[in-house]
Design a protein around this ligand. Structure first.
Ligand SMILES: [Zn+2]
Ligand SMILES: [Zn+2]
Length: 163
């Protein structure tokens, strides 16, 4: 059997971000964010409604100025998770499936994030200018694969056990 290529740390965390984005509730964009420090995940976030709120998927988007305002964005949700649980985000890396919007970029900078890694651009944003101003390193890496392949056959934990 061919040896399976291990993903790099960047690919690993971006794959996690992609997986997290599957939980998003706004059909206009599915976005995922993973906050990492010392190769440990501090928090994850996807774009979703406020706690207890109705979902875009169920009641439609809430469009103001051509943007859906119903959801809290993935980056913000990840930061808020840290806020709720009292976790410092200082010096952490944010892995995001898409280039953050201007407001999320400013929030990441304000939360002390030192680096942002993305693999997809979002054009209606001034994030790059703010990252430059805030001295936050921005890296774009190639999307790992066209789809996430879990390769369940080689996962011992996914095998059925004989009774
Ligand atoms: Zn929406
Ligand atoms: Zn945003």
């Amino acid at each position: 059997m061919a040896k399976k290529k291990r993903p790099s740390w960047d690919q690993y965390f971006l794959k996690v971000a992609m997986l997290v984005s599957e939980r998003a509730t706004c059909p206009r964009m599915h976005c995922g964010c993973v906050l990492v420090r010392d190769k440990r995940i501090l928090a994850t976030g996807y774009n979703g409604s406020i706690p207890g709120g109705k979902h875009c998927e169920d009641v439609g988007c809430w469009i103001v100025d051509n943007h859906c305002i119903r959801t809290i964005h993935a980056e913000m949700n990840a930061l808020l998770q840290c806020s709720v649980h009292g976790v410092s985000t200082k010096g952490a890396i944010a892995y995001v499936t898409n280039m953050p919007c201007t407001n999320c970029a400013k929030s990441l900078i304000g939360a002390g994030i030192k680096e942002v890694v993305i693999f997809s651009d979002y054009h209606d944003t001034q994030a790059e200018e703010f990252f430059k101003m805030g001295k936050v390193k921005l890296r774009r890496i190639k999307m790992p694969d066209l789809l996430i392949d879990y390769d369940l056959k080689s996962f011992s934990s996914a095998k059925k056990t004989k009774k």
